[in-house]
Design a protein around this ligand. Structure first.
Ligand SMILES: Cc1cc2nc3c(=O)[nH]c(=O)nc-3n(C[C@H](O)[C@H](O)[C@H](O)COP(=O)(O)O)c2cc1C
Length: 183
C-alpha cells in the first residue's frame, strides 16, 4: 500500500515532525510503502480565486497557478492512503496546509465521486504545540475537507505538548491499523 505522509510545519524537529515520524514508522511496520513530504520545502502557493472565483479548477480539475502544486496533486492522487499532519495555528491548519488543502479541494472535490481521494483512508493529526487550544476546531476543518474530497476518515487525532508521549503511540498505532485494514 502506497502511503503518503504530508506534514506542514516549518520546524524540522518539533511536535509535528515527531508525529510524522511516528506515522511513518507505524505505516511501515504494517508493510506500507511510505513517502514523507515536508510541505514547507515545496513551492505550493495560495489559491488566487482566479477569474470569477473559479478558474480551471472547476471545469478542468487542475489549477492554473503553476508551481509545485501540480506535481503534489498528482502524487496525492496516486497514493492509496494519506496521512496529513499539521501544527495548530490559531485553531486552524498551518498556512502551508491551508494552501495545499484549499487548492486540492477545488480541483478534486469538483470531480465528485471521481475525486483522487474518493474512498481512500485519511488519517488527520492536529499538533497544538503551544497553549494546546484549537485542536478540535483544526480537526473539524480537516474532517470537512476529507468529506468534501470524498475520502474515508480513518481517524482524527489531536496532540499537544503534554499528551505527546502517549499520542505518538496512538498515531503510530493508527497508521499501522489503517494500512493493515487496506492491504
Ligand atoms: C501563528 C501561530 C499560531 C499558533 N496557534 C496555536 C494554537 O492555536 N494553539 C496551540 O496550541 N498552539 C498554537 N501555536 C503553536 C503551534 O501549534 C506550535 O508552534 C506548533 O505545534 C509547533 O510545533 P512544531 O514544532 O510542530 O512546529 C501557534 C503557533 C503559531 C506560529
Amino acid at each position: 500500500m502506497d502511503v503518503l505522509v504530508i506534514h506542514t510545519s516549518p520546524n524540522h524537529d518539533g511536535l509535528t515532525a515527531a508525529c510524522a515520524a511516528a506515522a511513518t514508522e507505524g505505516a511501515r511496520a504494517a508493510g506500507g510503502a511510505v513517502e514523507n513530504v515536508r510541505l514547507n520545502d515545496l513551492d505550493v502557493g495560495l489559491c488566487q480565486a482566479c477569474d470569477n472565483g473559479w478558474g480551471t479548477c472547476l471545469p478542468e480539475h487542475h489549477c492554473q497557478v503553476l508551481d509545485g502544486f501540480q506535481a503534489l496533486q498528482a502524487r496525492i492522487c496516486a497514493a492509496d492512503a494519506l496521512i496529513l499532519i499539521t501544527p495548530v495555528y490559531y485553531g486552524e491548519m498551518s498556512e502551508s496546509a491551508k494552501a495545499l488543502t484549499d487548492r486540492l479541494r477545488r480541483c478534486e472535490a469538483t470531480r465528485g465521486d471521481a475525486s483522487g481521494l474518493a474512498g481512500k483512508p485519511i488519517l488527520a493529526v492536529a499538533a497544538a504545540g503551544g497553549s494546546g487550544n484549537g485542536m478540535i476546531t483544526c480537526l473539524g476543518s480537516m474532517e470537512r475537507w476529507i468529506h468534501h474530497l470524498r475520502g474515508k476518515t480513518w481517524d482524527l487525532l489531536p496532540v499537544n505538548r503534554w499528551s505527546r508521549p502517549y499520542k505518538l503511540i496512538a498515531i503510530r498505532e493508527a497508521a499501522t491499523a489503517m494500512v493493515n485494514a487496506h492491504q
